[in-house]
Design a protein around this ligand. Structure first.
Ligand code: SAM
Length: 389
């Protein structure tokens, strides 16, 4: 049994409203829905889903901490990579997907302004109206002088984009299918209603586009029957449409995950679904719809394959630690001290969280996908691990 802090009465009412909506969808579908539909509603149902509703998610007062929330040095390092790309293109724009609290945009643009390499435009494509409002408020507060360069867009910009597209922890927040490998085929997990909530229902014998794509994804991995994992059906179409917009430049995706053969490791035979609730991590996504984050690890080999199918080049793949070190993390740390010891110790602690293997340093990976870019991209020069994909 998982020990979690109890939600407030207000939160439970909120969750019950979303649960009611999902129960209706299950009834309309004849008794069960695919897990991807359940996860999609839990995270993004308008006004009710985890990312669409108002509770604080990021940072110490929320449910989990992302790298931009750990330290401004994360955004400042990314700025080095973005500046090098824009310099080689002779200018261009930045597009950030899923900007969370807006912290990455603030740190990255602040650093680029200091370097004298500001993008012409900084576009933010955010699914959550609530987060978009938070981002506008935060950026208006900390970077009022740059607001005229920043726009929030509701759809991809169309062909002809030149510059850098960024997504930190966006792929892990996409709704996935959960499956059990049955030896030769995949059985998909559905979700059904119970009197006191929701329960799993394994659908044997489904033969459709999703099960066929999973069979291709796991072929060559020798998964034993009974092995459980996830499959992101949106990854390939998402990357295809994003790539179609990119005329020249870099798509930088940062997230936790593994190359395919490491992802489908015996150690992960129950899958990689993780839920975050007030800094507690557990693996029950059916609990409290709308109150907790639900994520799945990213299959970086699948990302690279989707990129190649979309006509992009895989320019680099490495850990977050090597990426940040190659972008000058140590120099930035040295610049911040040690004249003020307390400050320096605080920054040194942030650096440890970003790069140590037991923290974010190895779990998080960076992949660089390019079109028409002929520079070694800062971040991937120190240690390129593309051969592991
Ligand atoms: C885990 S949060 C990460 C936030 C932020 N990037 C950070 O690092 O703090 C995931 C974010 O991705 C957004 N998101 C999910 N799918 C998206 C998509 N297809 N396009 C744009 N944003 C998306 C969510 O609304 C949310 O802001």
């Amino acid at each position: 049994m998982i020990e979690l802090p109890a939600p407030s009465a207000h939160e439970l009412v909120h969750s019950a409203r979303l649960a009611g909506l999902i129960h209706q969808e299950i009834a309309a579908a004849g008794g069960s829905i695919a897990f991807s539909q359940f996860m999609e509603r839990c995270l993004y149902a308008p006004g009710l889903g985890y990312y669409s509703a108002g509770r604080r998610k990021f940072g110490p007062g929320g449910d989990f901490v992302t790298a931009p929330e750990v330290s401004p040095l994360f955004g400042r390092c990314l700025a080095r990579s973005c500046a090098a790309v824009l310099e080689s293109l002779g200018g261009g724009d930045i597009l950030e997907f899923g900007a969370g609290s807006g912290q990455l945009a603030i740190d990255l643009l602040g650093e680029m302004a200091a370097m004298g390499y500001l993008p012409e435009h900084y576009l933010i494509l955010e699914r959550s109206a609530e987060l978009k409002a938070r981002q506008q408020q935060a950026i208006g507060k900390y970077l009022p002088q740059l607001l005229d360069r920043i726009s929030w867009i509701d759809a991809l910009p169309g062909a002809g984009f030149r510059g850098v597209m960024l997504a930190n922890e966006v792929l892990d927040a996409m709704a996935v299918e959960r499956f059990q490998w049955e030896g030769e085929t995949a059985a998909l997990f559905h979700v059904r209603s119970e009197s006191d909530g929701f329960a799993w229902q394994l659908q044997h014998g489904e033969d459709n586009d999703v099960t066929a794509r999973i069979a291709v994804d796991v072929s060559g991995c020798n998964l034993p029957a009974g092995y459980i994992s996830e499959f992101n059906t949106s990854l390939q179409p998402w990357l295809q449409t994003v790539a179609e917009c990119l005329d020249q430049g870099l798509i930088l995706l940062i997230d936790y995950g593994y190359p395919r053969h490491e992802l489908f490791h015996p150690q992960r035979s129950s899958g990689t679904l993780m839920c975050h609730y007030r800094h507690h991590v557990h693996a029950d996504p059916l609990l409290w719809p709308g109150l907790q984050d639900i994520t799945a690890h990213v299959n970086f080999t699948a990302v690279a394959e989707a990129a190649v199918t979309a006509g992009l080049e895989v320019a680099g793949y490495t850990t977050q630690a090597y990426f940040l070190l190659d972008c000058g993390l140590e120099d930035l740390l040295l610049q911040s001290g040690p004249t003020d010891t307390v400050d320096y110790l605080q920054v040194a602690q942030q650096v440890k969280t970003l790069v140590l293997p037991g923290e974010m340093g190895e779990r998080f990976k960076c992949i660089g996908l390019t079109r028409g870019l002929d520079i070694p991209v800062p971040g991937f020069r120190l240690q390129d691990q593309r051969e592991r994909l």
